[in-house]
Design a protein around this ligand. Sequence first.
Ligand code: COI
Length: 359
Amino acid sequence: MTQIAITRTATPKQTPADETLAFGKVFSDHMFLMNYEDGKGWHNPRIEPYAPFTLDPATCVLHYGQAIFDGLKAFRGPDGQVRLFRVGDHARRLNKSAHYLCIPEMDPAMVEESIRALVEVDRRWVPSLPGTSLYIRPTVIATETFLGVHPSHSYLYYVIVGPVGAYYKEGMNPVSILASDQYVRAVKGGLGAAKTAGNYAASLYGAEEAQKAGYTQVLWLDGVEHKYLDEVGTMNIMLKIGDEVITPPLNGAILAGITRDSVLTLLRDWGLRVSERPISIDDVLAAAKAGTLEMWGTGTAAVISPVGELGYKGERYVINGGKTGALTQKLYDTIVGIQYGTAPDPHGWARLLGNRLGG
Ligand code: COI
C-alpha cells in the first residue's frame, strides 16, 4: 500500500482515567483519512491530528445516508501487549458493506493497515483496566456535493479511535428486552446485512419505545411475518433450548456479526449442537415458560450480553431466573480471555500490534 503520511498533533490530550470510561465519548489524538474520486481511486492515505470536518451542506451523505462503518477493538493485556481482535475479518466486512451501498471496493489489506497504523500512533490511548479497550471506528461517507439520487463519485474513508468501558450500564449483568410486533429493523432484500447508518436510524424509534416501557433493548422480529427472531438491539441474538444452541441464519436481513462467528466457532469446538435456523417468538416463549431457555446477545461493543427478561404483547417473561447462564458466562470468559491474551487463541483471532511507528 502507498506510504501513510503521518502528521502528529502538537497538542496531545490527556488520556482519561480507565475507571471513568463509558462507551464512545472520548476520542484519541489522531485520525486516519483517505479519499476516493472516480478516475483516481482511493488515494492520499494519511494520519492527522483528530479534528472536525468541514462539509458542504449539500454533501450527499447528509441527505441520502450513503455511509458504512465497522467497529472493532484493541485490548491491552496484563502482559502490556496490545492485541487487535479479528482485524482482518472486520476489514473484509467493511468491504462487503461497501458493496451493498455501491461504494467503490476497498482493499481489506489497506483497511487493516490503516487501522494498525492509527492504533500504533495512538497506542498510549489503549486502556488497561479489565473490561476496557480501544474502540476503533472505520467509516466511509459519500462526499459528492449533489442532490440527485445516485451513488456518489467521491468518498472519504476515515478511522477514529477512543478508549471505552462497558457498552451497557448493566455491564455483563442480564438485560431486559422487548420483542416488537410493531417495528422492524430491516427486511430481506434490504440493507440489513450491511453495517450502514440507515439500519441504526431505523432502530431508534422502536428502541425509544422499548425504553419507555422499561426495557433495555428491542428484540427485532422479521420484517414480513413479525414471527421469527432477527437481532437484538445492535447485536446478534442467540439462545439455548435444552441441548441446542440456536441463532437466526444469515438470510440477508441480519448482520454477519464477528462476535456471532466467534461464538459459533467456540461452541462447535466444544462439541455443542449448534443450529443456524429460523426460530419463532412462540418457541422462545414456550422455552421461557418451561424454564429451559438461556439467551444472550453477541456484538463487538458489548461482547456477550445475557438476557434476563423478555417482554412480548404486554407480558413479561423471566429467563433463566433473571441470571447469567453458565454457557453465557463461559463464552464471555473465553472470548475476553482471548482478547486480553490470557486464554489460548487456537484460531489466531487476537493479533499483536507491532511497534513500527512508535508512539
Ligand atoms: C457492535 O456491538 O458491534 C455494534 O455495532 C454496536 C455499535 C453500533 C455501537
